[in-house]
Design a protein around this ligand. Structure first.
Ligand SMILES: [Zn+2]
Length: 166
């Protein structure tokens, strides 16, 4: 495993292989690798994270930032939160302006990943901008999305906007 990470990276095998390729490609392009700081989360872990946001900000605000248990992409084993190996702007929207954030936004699709919650599209995804949250969709779908110009899975797949917890 060539990916620098916290040591408890848990993703599906096909995602693991894609992450290795992503890390190597970014390293070759900008001299900095991809550091995965969050991957699979169990229901219990997601519950604890979500409840922490609710306690701090209230439920309405928490729902724009954290997924309710059972709804997080991290529970699928297909999503990762990343930062460049420099660690600059970890879990911060400013990550989008770093070399790693810019390289990933432009090139992650080549390895089957999409930036799942793009800037300004909260009304469609239901989540605020998260330049660090990558979702593995496979090279075929990621390429098709890039070619169609769709920025979100919802638009590309014709799904209804924003999850409604009602
Ligand atoms: Zn995430």
């Amino acid at each position: 495993m060539s990916i620098a990470q916290d040591g408890d990276e848990l993703v599906r095998p096909e995602v693991d292989a894609a992450l290795v390729a992503l890390d190597q490609a970014q390293r070759a392009a900008i001299g900095e690798g991809v550091f995965v700081f969050s991957s699979y989360r169990s229901y219990a872990t997601q519950s604890s994270i979500y409840q922490g946001f609710v306690n701090q900000y209230g439920q309405a605000e928490a729902d724009t930032t954290s997924a309710r248990p059972g709804h997080s992409e991290h529970q699928t084993g297909l999503a990762v939160d990343v930062v460049g190996t420099s660690g600059v702007a970890r879990l911060n929207v400013a990550f989008s302006t770093t070399p790693s954030g810019q390289w990933l936004a432009a090139n992650a699709w080549q390895h089957g990943f999409v930036v799942r919650y793009p800037n300004g599209l909260e009304g469609i995804t239901g989540y605020e901008y998260e330049p660090w949250h990558l979702r593995f969709v496979g090279v075929e779908l990621a390429t098709a999305m890039t070619q169609s110009g769709a920025q979100t899975l919802e638009e590309h797949l014709g799904l209804p906007a924003a999850p409604n917890y009602g």
